[in-house]
Design a protein around this ligand. Structure first.
Ligand SMILES: [Ca+2]
Length: 183
């Protein structure tokens, strides 16, 4: 399924809560975002996604350090600290002429009451929204059948290819900014 909408559309669709989630208004709370795949030498980590600085970025391990989870690829776990049932989000591509690391396919999971992951959506063809450096892509809104407060955003494919295996082709993902909306 392919979701696309502008921020204006998101605002119109939000009847009760259209605010940017509060964790993204305060960089010290970046600890609420964690990842399984963060290059030790070439990544600003999750904090770089919400620092309002386009030159900083998150970058998964690459080259000889390349690693990808066979199910979740490279993921972001986000503790939103409040319950939502619908989310929308933006990514901004890294400030680099090579946009192969931009996200292309993302599986969305929520953590249920037993802390088990439940997949509720897949967003595809995201890569077309990142033609050049610092391109901004907007995705959603996407709804889950229940309210939840912990989200996993699993990037299973970047513009460069599948992130579900380590196959020596140096596939990776990166981004300079991420904004999450929920209601
Ligand atoms: Ca940044």
């Amino acid at each position: 399924m392919h979701y696309l909408c502008s921020r204006t559309t998101i605002t119109l669709l939000c009847c009760t809560k259209n605010t940017q989630l509060s964790i993204f208004n305060s960089n010290p709370l970046a600890a609420q975002i964690t990842t399984n795949d963060d290059d030790p030498n070439d990544s600003g980590g999750p904090a770089a996604l919400i620092d309002d600085n386009p030159s900083t970025f998150i970058h998964s391990r690459w080259g000889t350090d390349e690693y990808h989870d066979p199910v979740y690829g490279c993921y972001l776990d986000i503790d939103m600290k409040e319950e939502v049932s619908t989310i929308a989000f933006d990514f901004i591509a890294r400030d680099h002429p090579n946009t192969a690391g931009a996200p292309d396919i993302v599986d969305l999971y929520y953590y249920d009451d037993n802390d088990q992951l439940v997949k509720f959506a897949t967003i595809t063809d995201m890569g077309s929204q990142f033609p050049t450096r610092l391109s901004k892509g907007s995705f959603g809104p996407v709804s889950a059948p229940v309210a939840f407060s912990k989200l996993r955003l699993a990037i299973t494919h970047s513009k460069g290819g599948s992130l579900l295996e380590r196959n020596g082709t140096n596939r990776y993902w990166n981004a300079s900014a991420f904004t999450l909306y929920g209601w």
